[in-house]
Write a protein of this length. Structure first.
Length: 240
């Protein structure tokens, strides 16, 4: 019978030979004395996340998105003299949220750096300089909990969760519009990684007045009416 003693940190049985080598700790605790606690805390958080009603998580996500998007829009408004013409809320599934501020100033700089681009197309193409991730522990916790619930779903079902999150983003943008933080001529839209220009336009359609939309449409010469119609009728886009 091999003799074992409890780890002096977490209590799992370990060989006396191990204890002699590590000063009484199991190998996990020897490498990082807080590892077991961290793992337990993660498991508890996951249990709580899975037990929280999804509607509750979505409600708090909506609140935090409203607040953060409004903060971002106010920050953007401080750059008014740079000539803001677009403000996009971007999301990448459950992982992150960002905003993009399009300004005449950055557009001019981009044109100088890329003289080969068609100016009209470039107007909405160069947005990396103004790409800002936003968030915080509250947003992260909620998104992580939703992510865990999503992963617990059967894979063959199309989850309505992503569309609901997109809808909450639209609601947050509508609030920005409603509060008049940015001028009515600023294009507001919901963006996403790998989203087509048509989809972006259809989101702008829900948030902008007709003059602003017409200008936006002229500046997206490559979008296809057929695709717009297809996206409209298929109805997989989030709607306010
Ligand atoms: Zn241990």
């Amino acid at each position: 019978m091999v003799e074992r003693v409890p780890c002096n940190n977490c209590g799992v049985p370990i060989l006396t030979a191990t204890a002699a080598r590590t000063g009484g700790a199991c190998m996990v605790c020897h490498r990082d004395p807080t590892a077991r606690q961290q793992e337990a805390a993660r498991e508890r958080a996951a249990e709580i996340a899975l037990a929280t009603p999804q509607q509750e998580l979505l409600t708090s996500l909506g609140k935090v998105l409203d607040r953060l998007t409004l903060d971002e829009a106010r920050r953007a408004a401080e750059r008014r003299e740079e000539g803001i013409y677009g403000f996009f809320l971007m999301h990448e599934y459950f992982a992150m949220f960002s905003t993009v501020v399009f300004t005449d100033r950055e557009f001019r700089l981009a044109c100088e750096q890329h003289p080969e681009e068609e100016p009209v197309s470039a107007r909405w193409a160069f947005w990396w300089p103004s790409f800002t991730d936003f968030g915080g522990p509250e947003l992260e916790r909620t998104v992580h909990a939703l992510d865990l619930q999503e992963r617990a779903m059967p894979r063959d079902e199309e989850s309505p969760l992503l569309r609901e999150i997109q809808r909450l983003c639209l609601v947050a943008l509508r609030r920005v519009r409603g509060q008049g933080v940015l001028g009515a001529d600023v294009v507001l839209a919901l963006g996403a990684v790998e989203q087509s220009a048509e989809e972006t336009f259809l989101y702008a359609e829900q948030l902008c007045n007709s003059d602003t939309l017409m200008r936006f449409r002229r500046e997206l010469p490559w979008i296809s009416e057929a695709d717009l119609e297809m996206f409209r009728t298929h109805g997989h886009l989030a709607c306010l």
